[in-house]
Structure formats: structure tokens, C-alpha cells
Design a protein around this ligand. Structure first.
Ligand code: BGC
Length: 392
């Protein structure tokens, strides 16, 4: 049986500037990842704009992307850096000519060093600095953008930066984490207004990471419940002014009481005997649970802003594209207002604190030569995207 997607259903792939461009005076520059790689040169995107635009356009009609704030605005409240504007505009022109529409992410985990030094998102007064940047981006690049996404996964950003300490500023302070969430929420609401002032018809939304927190035993019950409340309820409740609810989905995290992942506790993951990728448990059914949950809660159109697997072998990825497509199709048939789907990621990139050994790309990126090569799953993805169908 053929499962057909609606004609206006959006398909795209997704990247984040910091993960594909060489680091430029931002708060991840020089961070040493778990696999030993230093966050600096990543995939040379800035040197391969033409080829990358071609690759992006071959994969899907939409592309979810962002800019390096630190490169565009080199001092607080400063004018956008002209040569950088020119380069980004050239890239967007190229994509536009190739028929690619843009979902623009205004903040994806990194900040300019000057912003971090002033206390970053811990300080309410710094919101003005980001809003100033946003206004300039809206003026300069707004005509290229079809859909806006203010913050990428504020729930991951606040949790990893201020609860687990995996991300800069590497803190473990629940109080500060909640201050950051409040500030991000305020910033989101203000950015929403700014975009609407200029582009009243363009959808503006957020992207939260949706995760299933499960308990493997009695001891896991409380941490799983707490994680679920903080991550899935408390943080999202600060971002309700949206035209669509954006969510990324990757995994279910079992707790025993500590989180079981293939990164932190590979021997436990093995013992569980469940499918997993190079990072986490593979639990595609969780996507449907999260769709149900947020659809019932908000009754807003949903866009899946990221979904994918860390799979260097590209065996699970080929299956995952099909599994997730079927789940989305069923959700559509059941009346969930699901509007689109973005695959993470277009090509392999620098996976934050874990480093480039975690490979999410439809295209492989050779870490020495930076050559991009399509993985077999690329064909499966393209069939789904351009044919708008999957064999059920
Ligand atoms: C982030 C990406 C990241 C991906 C895989 C999401 O949490 O937005 O930047 O690479 O998941 O971990």
C-alpha cells in the first residue's frame, strides 16, 4: 500500500551554523568534545557554499538553518558585519534560485563571546542585545524567510547549560536554569512581535526537544517524572505565543535511576537489548506519543523541526526514515494537524559536546577532507520527499 502525504506537507533537512561553519568568536570555540575533537574547524561550510546549496536543494524543498550571530554582529548593538551579510545573502540567493524555502532559526545554542562574557542568558538586561540582533536579521534577511523559529530547543539549551553542565557555561544550578528559561521565554515573545510587525503572515514558532522519559525500575520513577515535567512541561510553558508548535524527536531515555544512553552507559544499553543508534535508544513509537501529547495540549499546527539518528553505519537510518514516515502518516490520518518534517541532518557535523564521531548526516562528511558523500539512506529520503509517499 502506498501512503501519500498531503500536497502542502513540508519536507526539509536541517543544520545549525555553528555545527557546520568554522567557529568564530563564540562560546563553543575551543571546547573539547568527549571524542577529543576541538570545536573549531567543523565542516568548512563557509568554503563550500555553492556545492552545499546544490546538495541541500537536491534533498528537499525546505531547509532549516541559522546564522552565526558572532560573525554577523561583532559587538553589542553593532551594525551587521557587511562582508558576512553579503556572503549569507549570496548563499540565500542561490538557495532561492534553486527553489529552496527557508525556515530560519534565530538562536541555536551558541552566543558571541561578548554576549557570554556579559552573563549571557542569565541576565535579563541582555535580552535587549539579542532582540537588537534579531531586528537586524529580520530587516536584512526577512525576505528570504518563509518560516521563523526563534529558539532551537530551549529545553535542551537550559538543561545542558545549567543542569547537567554539558554545554557552555557548564553550570549545574537549578535556580540559574530557571532564570535562563524565563529570559529565553521573554526573548521569544519579543522576537515573535518583531517578526510579526514586519511579516504578519509568516509563521513564527519554537522548537522543543520532545523526549520520552521512562523508568526502568522503581528508582527510575522519580528522575523520569522530574525530567518529564521540567523538559516537556515547564520549559515549553514559557513559549506559548506561537503560530506552530515545533518539536524535535530522537529518543526515549530509560532511567534506572540514572539516564541510560549508549554514550554514558553503553553496557546498560546493551543489556536492555533494545534497538539503539550510536547515542540513544531507538524508539520511533515515541514520536507518536509526543505528537499526541502536544497536539492535545496546544491544538496548534505541529512541525517536526528535527528528527534523525546518529548512525555511522547508515543501516538504522534507512529503516528510521520509513518508520517515522509511517508514524507521521498515521498521525495525519488520525487528525493531528502536522504540517512538516525536517530531517537532522543534511550532512554530518560537529555534534556539540560529543564531537563529530556522532554522525547524523544524510551525507557523510569526511572529517579530514570535508568531502560530502551521499549515504544510501539519501535515496530513501529523496523518494519520500519528492514523491510525497512511502510504501506502507
Ligand atoms: C540539536 C542539534 C543536535 C541534534 C542531535 C538537537 O538536540 O538541535 O543541534 O545536533 O539534536 O543531537
Amino acid at each position: 500500500m502506498r501512503l501519500i502525504f498531503p500536497r502542502d506537507f513540508i519536507f526539509g533537512t536541517s543544520t545549525a551554523a555553528a555545527q557546520i561553519e568554522t567557529a568564530f568568536e563564540h562560546d563553543w570555540q575551543g571546547v573539547v568534545a568527549r571524542d577529543g575533537a576541538v570545536f573549531d574547524r567543523t565542516t568548512d561550510h563557509e568554503l563550500r557554499l555553492k556545492d552545499d546549496a546544490k546538495l541541500i536543494a537536491s534533498l528537499a524543498p525546505y531547509y532549516r538553518m541559522g546564522f552565526l550571530w558572532s560573525k554577523l554582529q561583532r559587538e553589542p548593538l553593532g551594525k551587521l558585519h557587511k562582508p558576512t551579510v553579503k556572503i549569507y545573502r549570496g548563499f540565500l540567493d542561490d538557495l532561492q534560485k534553486r527553489g529552496v524555502k527557508i525556515m530560519m532559526v534565530l538562536h541555536h545554542f551558541t552566543n558571541p563571546t561578548w554576549f557570554a562574557k556579559r552573563g549571557g542568558w542569565e541576565k535579563e538586561e541582555n535580552i535587549d542585545l539579542w532582540i537588537n540582533y534579531c531586528k537586524k536579521v529580520i530587516d536584512e534577511f526577512g525576505d528570504y524567510v518563509s518560516v521563523w523559529n526563534t529558539f532551537n530547543e530551549p529545553n535542551v539549551y537550559a538543561s545542558y547549560g545549567w543542569v547537567t553542565g554539558f554545554f557552555p557555561p557548564f553550570k549545574t544550578n537549578l535556580y540559574l536554569a530557571s532564570v535562563v528559561v524565563r529570559n529565553l521565554g521573554t526573548a521569544h515573545n519579543r522576537a515573535y512581535k518583531q517578526i510579526k510587525k514586519r511579516y504578519p503572515k509568516h509563521p513564527v514558532g519554537i522548537s522543543h526537544n520532545a523526549t520520552i522519559f521512562s523508568a526502568e525500575n522503581l528508582l527510575g520513577w522519580f528522575p523520569a517524572r522530574l525530567g518529564d515535567w521540567w523538559f516537556m512541561e515547564f520549559v515549553p510553558s514559557h513559549f506559548e505565543k506561537v503560530d506552530f508548535f515545533g518539536m524535535s524527536y530522537y529518543t526515549r531515555i530509560p532511567h534506572d535511576p540514572v539516564p541510560i544512553t549508549n554514550v554514558l552507559t553503553p553496557e546498560k544499553m546493551k543489556k536492555l537489548g533494545r534497538p539503539h543508534d550510536d547515542m540513544w535508544e531507538y524508539h520511533p513509537e515515541g514520536l507518536r506519543k509526543c505528537l499526541d501529547r502536544y497536539w492535545n495540549k496546544y491544538k496548534k499546527p505541529i512541525i517536526i523541526t528535527e528528527n534523525g539518528v546518529a548512525d555511522a553505519s547508515d543501516t538504522l537510518r534507512q529503516q528510521a526514515i520509513k518508520d517515522y514516515a509511517k508514524i507521521m502518516h498515521q498521525a495525519l490520518r488520525d487528525g493531528i494537524d502536522l504540517r512538516g518534517y525536517f530531517w537532522w541532518s543534511t550532512w554530518d557535523n560537529f555534534e556539540w559536546h560529543l564531537g563529530p564521531s556522532c554522525r547524523f548526516g544524510l551525507y557523510a562528511c569526511d572529517w579530514e577532507t570535508k568531502e560530502r558523500t551521499p549515504r544510501p539512506s539519501t535515496e530513501i529520503f529523496k523518494k519520500l520527499v519528492w514523491g510525497k509517499m512511502i510504501d506502507g
